[in-house]
Design a protein around this ligand. Structure first.
Ligand SMILES: C[S@@+](CC[C@H](N)C(=O)[O-])C[C@H]1O[C@@H](n2cnc3c(N)ncnc32)[C@H](O)[C@@H]1O
Length: 260
């Protein structure tokens, strides 16, 4: 039987990664070898910095106790087929890890967070657990039921998140969410969806109270760097870009900019 979280980390440290500008540590793995049997055995935890995502059915008190003792924050996922694990593929996990690290650098207490290209809300869930007031999640695919299940797994009220199925390349989303309420925007889109990251960033022009923007999905290759989006944000009055990057396995970059 699993005694403590170190045992778990032993099975997963192969994913530990060193950052370029910030140290990023993330790992994911399965508790199966430790004798814990759950229905979805593919990846039963995912740790980024001090946040650990756990399968909702994992209730081993030794594990939970040790995680909490180490000062980590637990976020429950209804299943571990969340977007970055969909294909159990290291490249997607890396994008999500740097975006989560960048988001962790922003104080979300009492804030309304807008999650552009949210999928099932893996970025906004930790913000809600850290006392964000509300998350608005937008995706062109329907993630309503997955989001609801993740909220339930974390004991969060359904009213804490609003999902809107919409195309970010069309500006009508501002009719569907209260732009003036948003303080933090997170968009893990990168250059993978044509100009969607640029078009989504332009939506911020209708949101005067946004003070932090976290962008992810980028990597260090010509045409794939976050420079164009950061420049656009700087023209909108954001400054002080800070980058979180990993340079092993696959290079991945996320950034944070702020506006007073
Ligand atoms: C890389 S995934 C990020 C998912 C999740 N936020 C994460 O960090 O793991 C990008 C998401 O953006 C959504 N997306 C892509 N193009 C979009 C568009 N034009 N409008 C709305 N959502 C879009 C995709 O459906 C996908 O769920």
């Amino acid at each position: 039987m699993l005694k403590n979280i170190e045992t778990v980390q032993k099975y997963a440290n192969w994913m530990a990664v060193t950052g370029v500008s910030e140290r990023v540590q993330f790992s994911y793995g399965s508790f199966r070898q430790a004798g814990i049997e759950l229905p979805d055995r593919r990846s039963l935890y995912f740790q980024v910095g001090r946040t650990i995502f756990l399968h909702h059915a994992l209730d081993d008190s030794n594990v939970i106790g040790n995680i909490l003792e180490q000062g980590m924050e637990i976020v429950r996922l209804h299943d571990m087929r969340s977007m970055p694990f969909r294909d159990n593929h290291v490249t997607l996990v890396g994008y999500c890890a740097v975006a989560l690290c960048a988001l962790e650098m922003v104080n979300s207490n009492g804030e309304a967070v807008l999650d552009l290209g949210s999928a099932d809300g893996i970025l906004s869930l930790p913000a809600l657990k850290r006392s964000a007031r509300k998350a608005y999640c937008i995706d062109c695919e329907n993630y309503q039921s997955q989001l609801e299940r993740h909220l339930q797994a974390n004991g969060l009220p359904t009213s804490s998140m609003k999902f809107v199925k919409a195309d970010l390349n069309r500006t009508h989303i501002l009719d569907l969410i209260p732009g003036g309420d948003i303080g933090i925007v997170v968009a893990n889109l990168g250059p993978h969806y044509l100009d969607t990251d640029i078009n989504a960033t332009r939506l911020i022009e209708g949101m005067p109270n946004v003070h932090h923007f976290v962008g992810g999905g980028y990597f260090n290759r010509e045409g794939c760097k976050p420079d164009k989006v950061v420049k656009l944000l700087c023209r909108m009055g954001f400054k002080n870009p800070r980058y979180v990057a990993i340079d092993e396995h696959e290079p991945r970059t996320a950034f944070v900019v702020e506006r007073k």
